[in-house]
Each structure stands twice: as structure tokens, then as C-alpha cells.
Ligand binder design. Sequence first.
Ligand code: QAP
Ligand code: CO
Length: 179
Amino acid sequence: MAKLKIFEYPEEVLRARAEEVPSVDDEIRKILSDMLETMYVSDGVGLAGNQVGLLKRLVVIDVSGNPDKPEPVKLVNPKIVWHGEETAEHDEGCLSVPGQYACVKRFKEVEVLFLDETGTERRIKASGLLAVALQHEIDHLDGKLFIDYLSSLKRNILIRKLKKDRRLSGQGNLKERED
Ligand code: QAP
Ligand code: CO
């Protein structure tokens, strides 16, 4: 297993569309396992291919919130095939937008079609935190971030905070310091 580098806003890979995975082989299984490890050590509940610099439609999720009873979900080519009419707001964060959180409105219930790590087609109907995570992660595969749902005012404040936090922690690169 290996910990992968997590790409952060405003890296371009987060804005690109990830490609369909043609077949679930050992290389894909290794990436999924590395993504899951990266997510756990980073205290995340979800991670998408784009976030580790891989433009492949791969997602890992664990919303159990219990390290003693992990519930890892690995999804290849996930697709929302149905959603309910009701929406709900939930506070969201993202490993690619560290330290920043905002309320986002999403569908309460979604049904997702995907391939599991054996290449078998599966379908899950989700609600609650899992439904939030699935929509957030599938957005990543299409180059979309949770901050895109905010008003430009809220988004600008959040991005300013992100850059300020980076300055204070010495994490910002030279390019980001220019503006
Ligand atoms: C997406 O988000 C999500 O800022 C996954 O400092 C969000 O794993 C799914 C994280 C809300 C369901 C509900 C963020 C960790 C993790 C941070 C994450 C941070 C450390 C975010
Ligand atoms: Co995210």
C-alpha cells in the first residue's frame, strides 16, 4: 500500500473530466487500495481519482466514522441513475480544499450504478451521509467541487480563507502567493 499525494485547489486536475475505466484489473485494484489508505490517513470519508492526480473514474468512500468497524466502498465508473425529488443541506468539506467547510444542497436519496473491484456491476440506493458523499465524489470525476455550489460571495470568502491558512502554515506555493 502507498499514500498518494492529494491535489488541492486550484490544481487543474480537479477541473478535468476523469475517463471511464475500461476494465477492472490488478492496476485498478491497487489504485483503489492506495486511495482508501490515503483517505483513512487523511481523516477523509471520500476520495476521487482527480484528487490523487489520476483522471480515472474511481471513488472510495467510508462514512462509517468508526475505525474499528470500517465500511469501505470502492466504486469504478459510478453513475447516478436515479435521484429522489427531495433535497437537503449538509455541511461539506473536501480533502482538496483543506480546512474549509460550507453548507451544500443535494438530493436526499440517490441510486448509483457502478462496477465493484471484481468488475461486477452493482447498484446502491443511498440516503444520509452516504448519499452526500456519492454526489460529492461523482462531482469530482466531472471536475466539479462543492465550492461551485456557493454564491460567488461565499466562495470568494472561502478561497481567501484557504489562501490565508496556507500563508500562515507556510503551505502556499509561490504562484498562489502572487495574487
Ligand atoms: C466529501 O470529504 C464529503 O477540510 C469527503 O481539514 C463531505 O472526506 C462527504 C477533510 C461531506 C460527505 C459529507 C476535510 C479532512 C475531509 C478537511 C472529506 C480537512 C480534513 C473531507
Ligand atoms: Co472532495
